[in-house]
Design a protein around this ligand. Structure first.
Ligand code: SER
Length: 850
């Protein structure tokens, strides 16, 4: 077969047919009903359903990165064990939004397969939905009838998820040859590998709602999907995707790491790792981070599954991070954003691997122990313990049981997991957001988009085009004291986006504007009325003065971003931001906490830039030229074809639709108020500028004044040091106060003798001191502590055995003790007996010293 770069051949082919080539959208879709982008059509869902107008031209093509590891299309369990399944893959597709339908979709597909890929016609088969006579007839124009198969919904009906666009489909199959595949399942429609589906043409005709109802789409459309990996394998004459050049380089790396050569038959673990490193790298590169729930948990599951397979190959220390270089080398020229994130991706993986490696062997021990008690069904309680205590995701445990033919008691596991599971789902399932059901389509159809004029002005005379109530349903007026959303023909109110909060303000004499948000590109303000507000009314809009402060914080955010890249490195990528009138927050990927020195450098860099000053310069250019010019673009941000590039001198250049200062001088000063971690590999800086910075400084000064007043000094630091010294010496004094107390000693036949009760001090060292100071001595000290009594006795050149002496005394005190002849200690309990004990001690000693 000819050598061909399938990805570019596909995109070029459809470009030549008038399709606009679209970049791959993010793996995390802008769609609460989906966990990950699982097909090429996902980014176009709202166009298919008619929620937003058709683009021009209404035909597009893309090579979309997809993840199928959760949700409706979940291939995770199969990956490694079959020739075709992947968690991460690239899907080539062509899309028509109400433009061409079955006729063209089929003839384009046939032309590409037979004339560009030049796949032999006698190896091709197609399927159609059993009720789709139209597709059947069209195919007959290209291929013999005997090669067209009809199947039902199971094979030939495609849906994105439980809800959303769907329709009958037609698939193209490639026959890999009877000589290679000849099992009972190797027939068209069977489960064998001989007939390989290479392209799915979906004839999008319906939208399925959550109650299962199918509503015809406004315009029948086309969505096709061709798996890049499988077609590349065919073009290389390989029977498994993993044998192709897209995967073998990873497999060879894994073989090097474990020191054992790869063989297909026993090589599932190699394949699992080769697949999983791609998903993990792409998800991290696009800002998903390891987490306990939601998408971050899927990411964790994928990594841990790979680590466990490495473990099976004998790799007993972190290794996945070492494979990131290979992914960047193989895919970085097309997905360029991988390259500058490389180091931070590696560090995040390493941290996560270390975390898992610290529990994996104890987890495996528990697993193996339980295996001895297992016949067919592995205990759900142990599976839960493995999950909860050792970090083994359920599918990892299931995977470990797979080749033993056993399964987990999932019902029991689910029971135990219920609480966490609900939480995980809540992270991504539809939030019940009222705005999802709003009348936006009507607004778009009637008015298209409204104009934002707030870059240059904070007030305007505008007309109310439409009003929505607080359920987002169109209404013609709002009553006094009612809340609702208002669409103006032109508006100076900035709708929240790019981290910048929405504007507030007033509709003069009519209402207060509480917030402004964007819905499907429409700029709508949330208002609370004083009087009535009606459609078509002319009104005066005034944006709150806060906007100046918001702009300053937004521009400061750009400077901070630039400073981070300058001081920490170009791997810094924005992971989130929030810009308000009184503070800013910036999240970014970086593997470890920033040092005090780094924070100072960053703060200095920003402040120096502000002092130097630079005018804001805004240019509108096409996305590619913007990126080529070095402007920072955010991953996953949906940009229009023409983008707004904002630069401040040579300090910062970013794609940004936000509102900013005219010159960065206006920012005033900038203080970092906090640095913290958000999740593994993501840090957060909080900062203030302008008035908020002044207030911040004022608060600190007020605090300092209070400290000064409290300390009654202008030099609090000197004073605090002095106070600390004083405290230290007082403490010492207290400790030694017993010591300094003079112990009264009598002279009994030339021997210094004393029995004393002392409250403070260390009686053992006091006795040492006394013994050192006298040549013949017999001394006992008794010290009451809260609820016990300590006794110590020291004897030198005298006829008393200290051990016996303390024993007598201890008995009286309700305790016991003993020790050497020259030194002994005892403990007692009954504090009321101390005077008696003292008496006993004196009598005992005097007897001996006679
Ligand atoms: N959406 C269809 C699929 O994923 C065709 O692109 O197979």
């Amino acid at each position: 077969m000819q050598k061909i770069d399938v990805r570019s051949a596909y995109l070029d082919f459809f470009k030549s047919k008038g399709h606009e080539v679209i970049e791959s959208a993010p793996l995390v879709p802008n769609d609460a009903t989906l966990l990950f982008t699982n097909a090429g059509m996902v980014p176009f869902k709202s166009i298919f359903t008619g929620e937003i107008p058709r683009p021009n031209p209404p035909i597009r093509t893309s090579c979309q990165t997809c993840i199928r590891a959760g949700g409706k299309h979940n291939d995770l369990d199969n990956v490694g064990y079959t020739a075709r399944h992947h968690t991460f893959f690239e899907m080539l597709g062509n899309f028509s939004f109400g433009e061409y339908f079955k006729q063209n979709a089929i003839s384009y597909a046939w032309e590409f397969v037979t004339e560009v890929l030049k796949l032999p016609k006698d190896k091709l088969y197609v399927t159609v939905h059993e009720k789709d006579d139209e597709a059947f007839e069209i195919w007959k124009q290209h291929i013999e009838e005997s090669r067209i198969y009809k199947f039902g919904d199971k094979d030939n009906f495609w849906a994105m998820g439980d809800t959303g666009p769907c329709g009958p489909c037609s698939e193209i199959f490639y026959d890999q040859g009877e000589e290679h595949f000849n099992t009972d399942e190797d027939y068209m429609g069977g489960d064998g590998d001989r007939f390989l589906e290479i392209w799915n043409l979906v004839f999008m005709q319906f939208e399925r709602s959550s109650d299962g109802k199918m509503t015809p789409l406004p315009k029948p459309s086309i969505d096709t999907g061709m798996g890049l990996e499988r077609v590349s394998a065919i073009m290389e004459g390989k029977f498994s995707n993993y044998d192709s050049n897209l995967f073998m380089p990873y497999i060879e790396e894994v073989a090097k790491l474990c020191g054992k050569p790869y063989e297909y038959e026993s090589g599932a673990s190699y394949r699992v790792i080769s697949d999983h490193i791609r998903s993990v790298t792409f998800l991290l590169a696009q800002g998903t981070t390891f987490d306990k729930e939601g998408r971050g948990y899927v990411l964790r599951r994928i990594l841990r599954r790979a680590v466990r397979h490495g473990y099976l190959l004998g790799i007993k220390k972190p290794f996945m991070h070492k494979l990131v270089d290979k992914v960047c080398e193989m895919m970085g020229s097309h997905y360029t954003y991988l390259n500058n994130k490389k180091d931070s991706i590696k560090e995040q993986i390493l941290l996560e691997e270390e975390r898992f490696f610290s529990t994996i062997s104890s987890g495996l021990e528990l697993f193996n122990e339980e295996l001895k008690n297992t016949k067919d069904v592995f205990s759900g309680d142990v599976a839960f313990k493995l999950y909860d205590t050792y970090g083994f995701p359920l599918d990892l445990t299931a995977d470990m049981l797979r080749d033993k033919g056993m399964v987990v008691d999932e019902a029991r596991f689910d029971e135990l997991m219920n609480e966490q599971k609900t939480r995980a789902k809540a992270a991504w399932k539809g939030s019940g957001d009222k705005s999802q059901k709003g009348d936006f389509k009507e607004l778009l159809e009637q008015y298209n988009q409204n104009e934002f004029i707030g870059y240059s002005t904070l007030s305007s005379k505008s007309k109310i085009l439409a009003i929505l109530d607080d359920n987002f349903k169109i209404t013609d007026k709002l009553q006094p004291n009612q809340e609702g959303w208002v669409m103006f023909d032109k508006t100076p109110f900035y709708a929240q986006s790019g981290g910048q909060c929405g504007d507030s303000g007033v509709i003069k004499d009519k209402a207060i504007v509480l917030d402004t948000q964007k819905f499907h590109g429409l700029n709508l303000s949330l208002v609370k009325t004083n009087g009535t507000l009606a459609q078509n009314e002319s009104v005066v809009l005034e944006v709150s003065e806060d906007r100046h402060e918001i702009a300053r914080h937004h521009s400061a955010t750009h400077l901070l971003h630039a400073a981070l890249r300058k001081i920490l490195g170009s791997h810094i990528t924005q992971a989130g931001s929030s810009v308000e009138a009184t503070k800013l927050r910036f999240d970014f990927s970086h593997p470890k906490a920033l040092t005090a020195d780094e924070l100072t450098q960053i703060e200095n860099y920003v402040n120096q830039a502000i002092i130097k000053g630079a005018n804001a310069n805004v240019e509108i250019m096409d996305l590619q030229s913007a990126k080529d010019s070095g402007a920072i673009a955010l991953f996953g941000e949906k940009y229009e074809d023409d983008v707004r590039v904002l630069s401040f001198g040579d300090v910062s250049k970013e794609l940004c639709g936000g509102t900013h200062v005219k010159n960065i001088n206006e920012i005033g000063s900038f203080f970092i108020t906090k640095e913290s971690g958000v999740s593994a590999g993501v840090r957060r800086i909080e900062a203030v500028c302008s008035n908020a910075a002044t207030n911040f400084a004022k608060e600190i000064r007020a605090e300092l004044e209070e400290i000064r007043a409290e300390l009654k000094t202008n030099q609090p630091i000197v004073n605090i040091k002095k106070l600390k010294d004083e405290i230290r010496s007082l403490k010492d004094e207290l400790k030694n106060s017993g010591r300094s107390k003079s112990i009264k000693l009598d002279d009994v036949n030339g021997i210094k003798f004393g029995v004393e009760v002392i409250e403070n001090g260390d009686i053992k060292s006091l006795i040492d001191d006394i013994k050192n100071a006298n040549s013949s001595v017999a001394v006992m000290l008794i010290q009451p502590k809260e609820d016990k009594i300590l006794v110590a006795a020291g004897v030198k050149n005298a006829n008393i055995k200290a051990g016996e002496w303390v024993k007598q005394v201890a008995q009286t005190l309700g305790g016991n003790g003993g020790g050497r002849d020259d030194f002994a200690t005892a403990g007692g309990k009954d504090i009321s007996k101390i005077p008696d004990a003292q008496k006993v001690a004196v009598e005992f000693a005097k007897e001996k010293l006679k």
